[in-house]
Structures are given as C-alpha cells and as structure tokens.
Design a protein. Structure first.
Length: 418
C-alpha cells in the first residue's frame, strides 16, 4: 500500500512513466501547491484514491493507465487546467463526484471501460469541459453537474445509458456526432445554448422538463426513427432544425409507437416552443400530431367502463379529425363539401322526371349547388315533388352552411399563421 494521505507537496511533482504495483494508492486529502505530472503513469492496484485532493497548479495525465478496480477523485479540487487526455480507466468504478474544475478540463480521447459506472455527479466545471472522442462502456452519470464554460461531447460513444439529469449548462454545449447506444436522459436539464447535430439515439432520448433558454440546434437527427420524449419541456429561445422534415404531414415522433400519452405531451411541449418562436406552420403540424395521439388513446374497449360521455368524446374526436383534421386540414372540408354536393345531385337526379338525361343532370346539379351555397335561395323550376324539396333542401342547406363556416374557420386559421 502506498499512502500519502494528508500530505502537503509545495513543489512541482513529476510521476511520468511511474508504475504503482501495490494493493492501494491513496492520496486522500493531499495538497499539491505546484504542478502535478502523471503522464503515461500506470496504476496496477485494487484502488487508486484521490478523494478531496487539492491541486493548486496544473495537472497532466496524458496517456496514463488506471488498472485499479476503483478510481476515485471524489471531492477533488483542480484550481488550474486539467489534461486527462487519452487516459485509459480500466477499473470497475470511476468516480469524479463533486469534483471542482476551476480551469479548463480536457478529457479528450479517454476510455472509461468500467462496467459498473462512471460518475461525474455534482461535479462543477468552471472552465471549458472537453470530452471529444471519449468512450464510455458502462453507465455514465452527470446528474446535477454544472458546466459554466464551453462543453463538448463531440464524437463521444456512450455504449450504455447516460444521464445528465438536472445538469446545468451555462455556456455553449455541443453534442455533435455522438453515439448514444442506450437511453440518454436529460431530465430537468438547463441549457443556455446546445447543439445536437448528427447524433444517433438508438433507444430513447428523454428531455422531460428540460429548459432550453437561448438556442437549441437539432439537426441531422431523425426523431421519427428514435424515440424522444419532451414532456413538460420549456423552449424559451430559438430552435434550429431540419424544418422540411418537421413540416411534412407524414412526420411523427417514434415515441408514438412506444407510449401515446408521452408522445402527446411531447408534441404539446414542442408545439408551445415553436409557437413562441413564431414557427406556426410547424406548430400546427405538431398540434395535429398531438390531437391524433389523444384520439388514438381513446378506444372502444373503454366505452363500457367510461360510459356514454366517453362514447360521445370518442365519436367527436374521430368526426373532427375526419372533417377538418382538427382544424389543420382545410382541404378535407373542401373534399367533404364536393362529396355532399355530388351526393345530393345524385338524389335529385333520380327524383326529377320528364326531362332528358343531360337536363336532369344539369338541373340536379344546379339545385344541389344552390341549396348548398345559397341556402335554397336560388329559384329553379324543376319537375320534382315539393314534399321532397321540403325535406332535402333544408338538410343540404344546413350542411352547406356548416361546411362553409368550418372551411372559413380552418382556412383563415391556416393562412393567418402560414
């Protein structure tokens, strides 16, 4: 066992190429006043502990290898820059919980091969935090961490789940070309500026109750293929994304195939964000997807348990969608209007007598068109039983006024936003 617990080192220390073949290496509560160099050092031990260490100078660990079962920097304080570039952590547990990085922290190219977990919970990064091309084999946790400078996870690989729950990102944050093999959680995160570009979410991305304050860039990511949840998410700033795919009527979150309730809440949060930003066309499509989810959540199997009121809501939701797409599909109103006119034309055609086929068809069409558009005010003399007119004209007139009113509402709503 090599123990330096409580020691104070006032000068610079250089452990380059050092090899520690002991049961445990302990630097707990040690104070380093100068620079510490551990380049290409190797730790062959059960545990390497640097808990509550104070580094007043710079720390360099480039190329170091930690073959210890447990590597711990819990509560460590780094006053200067930290270079932990291309370091291999091959232990069971790797922990930087509650560590404080006052300067820049370079974790580029590190390999965390721990299967039990890598922990940065409650860590504080006051300078830049760069994790470019880092690889994490086991679960990785940045819960409640604080990033005050530039943060980059560009080209990182997370082979297991990763969690940034309630983390705070005050500076610019980049998740470019990141490979998330398992669930990625950003629940309750606070982002000032964040860019998710060309990243891959293979299972689930959870942004529930996160807050995007200034800018969110979401491009090169197909959320119709990977589940993403935005329940209660707040978009206070601008959103930049591949708008063409979001404007398409065929677009939908993959989450719909997993959980309709969560999908509806996610659409609601996204819709509010786009509405606040003035992108009403996308907001309208998201509203349609939200209402479609809520419609599909209502099934006939629940009618017996819920009662008559539930049945009325079930019928209303489907009728509203069928007629006008919840107010987002004015073309459906036009299609139904044409159908009603043609249907009544066919009825009038068979009721008219004493005329040629062409005259009967023309009179039936004009009669139907007049009833639908003018409420029967168009005066046309046709050989038809008056009793039928008293029944059919008011019915078609009522349908006509209803369809025209619905069309004006949906069309005006769409045009005022687009």
């Amino acid at each position: 066992k090599a123990s330096f617990n409580g020691a104070e080192f006032s000068a610079d220390l250089d452990f380059s190429h050092a090899k520690f073949h002991v049961e445990k290496v302990a630097f707990d509560n040690v104070s380093f006043s100068g620079d510490v160099v551990l380049q290409e050092a190797e730790f062959h031990c059960d545990a390497a502990s640097f808990d509550d260490v104070s580094f007043s100078g710079n720390v360099k660990m480039e190329g170091a290898r930690f073959l210890a079962n447990c590597v711990s920097f819990d509560g460590a304080e780094f006053a200067g820059d930290v270079v932990i570039r291309d370091v291999d952590f091959e232990g069971t547990i790797i922990s930087f919980e509650a560590a404080v990085f006052s300067g820049d922290a370079f974790f580029e190219g590190i390999k965390c091969l721990s299967e039990e977990g890598t922990f940065f919970n409650n860590a504080e990064f006051y300078g830049d935090a760069l994790f470019r091309k880092a690889k994490f084999r086991g679960p990785t946790y940045f819960d409640d961490a604080e990033f005050h400078g530039k943060t980059s996870f560009e080209k990182c690989l997370f082979a297991s789940e990763v969690a940034f729950d309630h983390a705070v990102f005050s500076g610019r944050t980049y998740f470019r070309a990141v490979d998330f093999r398992e669930e990625a959680r950003f629940v309750g995160c606070d982002f000032a500026y964040v860019a998710f570009e060309n990243s891959k979410f293979h299972t689930m991305a959870v942004f529930d109750f996160a807050c995007f304050r200034e800018v969110m860039v979401l491009s090169g990511i197909d959320l119709s293929q990977a589940p993403a949840s935005f329940i209660g998410t707040s978009f206070e700033g601008r959103i930049y994304l591949d708008e063409e795919s979001w404007k398409q009527r065929s677009f939908r979150l993959h989450l719909e195939e997993v959980d309709l309730s969560k999908a509806a809440e996610s659409y609601l949060s996204l819709r509010r964000g786009f509405s606040n930003m003035g992108k009403y066309r996308i907001a309208g499509e998201l509203f349609y997807r939200e209402m479609t989810c809520r419609k599909n959540m209502m099934t006939l199997r629940d009618v017996r348990r819920q009662g008559l009121r539930y049945l009325v809501d079930w019928i209303w939701m489907r009728a509203f969608d069928l007629l006008c797409g919840f107010g987002e599909r004015p073309r459906r109103v036009i299609a139904w209007s044409v159908f009603v006119i043609l249907a009544f034309t066919g009825i009038y055609y068979f009721l008219i007598s004493g005329a040629t086929v062409a005259d009967r068809l023309l009179m039936a069409f004009l009669l139907s068109l007049g009833a639908f558009t003018l409420g029967g005010l168009l005066q046309i003399e046709v050989p038809i039983t008056a009793a039928w007119l008293w029944i059919l004209w008011p019915l078609e007139s009522a349908l006509g006024w209803a369809m025209l009113s619905l069309f004006m509402l949906t069309f005006t709503r769409k045009m005022s936003r687009d």
